[in-house]
Design a protein around this ligand. Structure first.
Ligand code: RP5
Length: 164
């Protein structure tokens, strides 16, 4: 099946975090591609990936990076596809650097910035599913079910805590 989401990350050292996004896409049966490209170390590769993604029919791009994280912003500057940014806590500043670099985009070039780290990557997958769900009833219904299951799980856990 043709990929609908591209997951990019700045380094292979980001993969354990970004798997939070790919796991969600798999759960919702959304075809995706995942690769490494750095805004700083491989700027040409990053541009080529964005250009080929547009041609291949990718609908959403998720970009995760740590440190002076410019990947999501650079990707957004080259495309009008929605870009979801995941700041990664991989540097001595524990992701505060990546958060500021990703979230503080200049007016005109938005990046939908998620929380720092694995939780943010998971939310990036869900947010991509929500975007695709706007034009896909099956997916929209699956997202509603996902919420219901999550709520049921909280109640189950609450009961366990109350029994203690
Ligand atoms: C960023 O620098 C990457 O996204 C990664 O989070 C961080 C460290 O990269 P490596 O030195 O591990 O390749 O560009």
């Amino acid at each position: 099946m043709k990929a609908m989401v591209l997951i990019l990350m700045g380094s292979d050292s980001d993969v354990s975090v970004m798997e939070g996004a790919s796991a969600v896409l798999e759960e919702f049966n959304i075809p995706y591609k995942m690769t490494v490209s750095s805004a700083h170390r491989t700027p040409d590769r990053t541009l080529k990936l964005i250009q080929s993604s547009e041609k291949e029919g990718i609908r959403v791009i998720i970009a995760g990076a740590g440190a002076a994280a410019h990947l999501a912003g650079v990707v957004a500057s080259h495309t009008t596809l929605p870009v979801i940014g995941v700041p990664i806590d991989s540097s001595p500043l524990n992701g505060i650097d990546a958060l500021y670099s990703t979230v503080q985009m200049p007016p005109g070039i938005p990046v939908a910035t998620m929380a720092v780290g694995k939780g943010g990557a998971k939310n990036a997958g869900i947010f991509a599913a929500q975007i695709l769900g706007l034009t896909d009833t099956r997916l929209a219904n699956a997202l509603k079910e996902y919420r219901k299951k999550m709520a049921a799980e909280v109640v189950r856990k609450a009961k366990k805590v109350e029994m203690k």
